[in-house]
Design a binder for this molecule. Structure first.
Ligand code: ARG
Length: 570
């Protein structure tokens, strides 16, 4: 596809010595109103160097530029040079490209750009999978698909929180308050019940904390009984997590959690010592980060036990050795900012040049009914319940609006769950979310169901025209009959998909894709409103159907990048 913006940047750079084609490319804008042209170049930045007023520079450029044959007009408006592209050529370039690729539009053909490790979801064993973990799961899964779309090979790692002192507590609590049958029957909710009970009781009986620490030490020393219980708790939890992953359609390439690094930490600690980074402070091993204005990074406690950061440092080294990553991305709540900043610094101090390839992608909190969600207090809304409720609510909306729909159950799943996923990524991920059913499931809002509905609508038009949805339609398109504003508007939107994917990856922001999907859906609905599609005139009908097909693929691919399915009917 001809990148008109880039070509225009080339035309401009031949007249502007101080800026490269790439610099200019970044400066070119798309005017909000198409009567101002398809692209515009602002001249403000040139004023200083050329010692002329920006409108004069713009006027001179507009007069002196060589007009390529695909440029229908160059005008100067105030400080801008405005370009009008030959409309039918514009539409042709874009439609041809999208329809040549179909399902693959926006997706790299091969994954040869190197490895990217993405650490996401990573829930803690024996604790519920809550809405915060949902965000990590869906954002990480989306980043996975976005990086693959750009040609990287991704490795999705579920860095399970399966080691630490909480397991000592759990063992003590289990022995005191529970039984094999109860855990088998109730799973994580039983483990959570006794964990909360432990905390309440330990306030009055501090000796329980000591008992828990002793059990954890036993685990670290390889005690069989303690390890068997730990392993069992882990299985029970993983079974439940798996149910959620299946609902979300999320998979991982590795489940190496914290415990996986138990036998690898010693070497990492020794390396820190050999490199002179360790200091002993009250019996604990720490790496000082005073020069970075950060609290020290704790490597071992005074009883010798390891910490969260110790396992992360060890895991990062292992991942570099195993995958030789170009980037290693960690998706967690922003409350962990300091943790990542600290141990990233430790890696830097170890003189590893790949320290700069470690990326923390923090996200904001999800709250419900105004309350914060936390494990300890037991005030947890289980994610599975939210997903099930989303499906239930969608099922009743379908019953009400479209009771004849075939595959109702399947559509309810895809739309209900897609709605929750979409809502998690619609705004910049650093923002907090106040969860609201009304917003999430609004079919007319800026939501997942709205985008899915628009996709289904495009599918239904194609079906009505007798087209096979699984094959890319190959019509002879008459581009001159589809150069109206709404069509040009939507094709330009289609063309932006590639650069949106790139920007989403550069900024670790799936929200760019979500916003794009809504913009595209809106452009389609305008196009559909302005242009009757199933008209008698064959050429016109087929040309418009081609626009519908191109939009259908792009909407579907955008939803795919977010980890959302696109039903063909709803
Ligand atoms: N288990 C942690 C939690 O639930 C998240 C782990 C994130 N990944 C990592 N490598 N630290 O908060």
């Amino acid at each position: 596809m001809k990148d008109f913006k880039f070509e225009l940047a080339g035309l401009l750079s031949s007249k502007i010595d101080s800026l490269s084609q790439d610099d200019i490319y970044k400066m070119i804008e798309v005017p909000a109103n198409s009567s101002m042209g398809d692209y515009a170049f602002p001249c403000f930045k040139l004023a200083k160097e050329l010692r002329k007023a920006p409108p004069i520079i713009a006027k001179e450029l507009a007069e002196n530029l060589n007009k390529a044959d695909w440029v229908s007009n160059i005008e100067n408006i105030n400080a801008y040079v405005n370009f009008f592209i030959d409309k039918s050529l514009l539409v042709k370039e874009i439609l041809d490209e999208v329809l040549a690729k179909g399902d693959k539009y926006g997706m790299a053909e091969t994954l040869e750009k190197g490895n990217v490790v993405i650490d996401y979801s990573s829930p803690n064993i024996a604790k519920p999978f809550h809405v915060g973990h949902l965000r990590s799961t869906v954002i990480g899964h989306s980043l996975y698909r976005i990086f693959e779309a750009l040609g990287y090979h991704c490795i999705g790692v579920n860095h399970l929180g399966d080691w630490g002192t909480q397991f000592g507590k759990l063992i003590v609590a289990y022995k005191k308050y529970s039984s094999k049958e109860e855990v088998e029957q109730k799973g994580i909710s039983e483990l959570l019940r006794i964990y909360v009970l432990f905390h309440d009781e330990a306030k009055e009986h501090p000796e329980m904390d000591q008992e828990a620490r002793d059990y954890f030490t036993k685990m670290e020393k390889g005690d069989e009984e303690a390890l068997a219980l730990w392993k069992w708790f882990k299985e029970v939890s993983l079974n439940e997590f798996q149910r959620v992953y299946d609902m979300l359609g999320v998979t991982f390439d590795s489940y190496n959690g914290e415990a996986f690094y138990n036998d690898k930490m010693e070497a990492a600690i020794k390396e820190l010592e050999d490199k002179g980074l360790i200091e002993i402070s009250e019996g604990a091993k720490i790496v000082r980060l005073d020069d970075e204005n950060m609290a020290p990074c704790l490597i071992t406690k005074n009883d010798g036990s390891s910490l969260y950061a110790t396992r992360d440092i060890t895991a990062a080294k292992y991942r570099k050795e195993t995958y030789d990553f170009k980037k290693c991305i960690y998706v967690t709540a922003l409350q962990q900012n300091l943790h990542f900043a600290q141990w990233f610094k430790v890696i830097e101090k170890m003189s590893y040049d790949w320290a700069g390839d470690l990326v923390h992608v923090p996200f904001g909190m999800v709250s419900m009914e105004g309350g914060k969600l936390s494990t300890r207090s037991g005030n947890v809304i289980f994610l599975e319940d939210i997903l099930k409720e989303a499906v239930d609510k969608t099922r009743s909306i379908i019953e009400e609006k479209n009771p004849q729909l075939p595959n109702k159950e399947d559509v309810a799943q895809k739309v209900g769950i897609g709605a929750v996923i979409f809502d998690d990524m619609y705004n910049n991920i650093i923002k907090d979310i106040q969860f609201s059913w009304e917003r999430v499931l609004n079919f007319d809002g800026e939501t997942g169901p709205y985008v899915q509905y628009t996709h289904a609508r495009a599918c239904s038009v194609l079906k009505k025209a007798g087209l096979d949805l699984d094959a890319i339609p190959r019509f002879e398109i008459d581009y001159s009959v589809i150069s109206d504003d709404a069509t040009v508007g939507i094709t330009k939107e289609l063309a932006d998909f590639n650069s949106v994917i790139k920007a989403a990856a550069e900024n670790y922001e799936p929200s760019y894709i979500a916003r794009y999907a809504v913009d595209l859906a809106q452009a389609f609905n305008k196009f559909y409103h302005d242009n009757p599609i199933l008209v008698d005139e064959k050429k016109l009908k087929e040309s418009r159907l081609s626009v519908v097909a191109a939009t259908k693929y792009t909407l579907k691919n955008a939803l795919y990048l977010l980890g959302i399915d696109a039903p063909i009917q709803m």
